[in-house]
Design a binder for this molecule. Sequence first.
Ligand SMILES: Nc1nc2c(ncn2[C@@H]2O[C@H](COP(=O)(O)OP(=O)(O)OP(=O)(O)O)[C@@H](O)[C@H]2O)c(=O)[nH]1
Ligand SMILES: [Mg+2]
Length: 266
Amino acid sequence: MSIRVSAMSVLPPVRKDRIIAQLPQFFRKEAAFHTKEDFNNKVKTACQEQRTGTVGFKISKVIVVGDLAVGKTCLINRFCKDAFDKNYKATIGVDFEMERFEVMGVPFSLQLWDTAGQERFKCIASTYYRGAQVVIIAFDVNDVASLGHVRQWLEDALKENDPTAVQLFLVGTKKDLSSPAQYSQIEQDALELAQEITAEYWAVSSLTGENVKEFFFRVASLAFETNVLAELEKTGSRQIGGIVRINSTPNNVHASTKKKQPNCCQ
Ligand SMILES: Nc1nc2c(ncn2[C@@H]2O[C@H](COP(=O)(O)OP(=O)(O)OP(=O)(O)O)[C@@H](O)[C@H]2O)c(=O)[nH]1
Ligand SMILES: [Mg+2]
């Protein structure tokens, strides 16, 4: 009996709890990437017609930065391993986890980079900031100073990346440790800051798991949506180039552009 190894059989199927069919909603309207209830129509159609180009084969890089001990490692571990460690073990340099999703039937992967917050490991960690599509800045909702350091983390992360291309999230951690009154006080400041730096704001607890899955699903969905839109724009401009060259009338332009569409997913 011969064994056939195809590209499809190398990867196990995407986990059932990583399948995204609908756009997960924002946490706070005041500081959301956008407030639409559903995925962009063009993106939905592209997924239905399997016209998402290379998006399904690419891996988006996500970096998680923020002060030491705010809970970056715990946040990633809660999502990726459904585990929580109450003992603090500082991250030395960086670590990363791969997470595979399926968004509206299209495979999509995130590479989650967990970086060190300790000053002495920061210079190693910062060499891994480059090429991030998503920057997550974490602060502890019980520690105002960690919120105060967010701008510095942002500046460091953006030094290595194209600021206009980065999707930014501000995440308050350890929500379980604060009383509702304390929390709402810091949330005001966090929302204000999130608006100023154009970040989407979330508050989570890795201990209880509150909002952790919702948050990463939102990150994956928005990164996916952005990538598909960029891909459609690329294909669109290629088609326009074709139209100019063949100098067609509007009717047969449509026919010829249709033929030119890549069919890489079939
Ligand atoms: N109660 C509570 N404790 C948390 C939570 N998240 C993290 N911690 C605790 O906070 C401490 C630091 O967590 P880490 O995830 O290691 O912090 P870090 O940001 O990765 O720290 P560095 O790697 O040094 O930058 C640990 O003792 C965790 O158990 C949370 O949601 N709730
Ligand atoms: Mg860590």
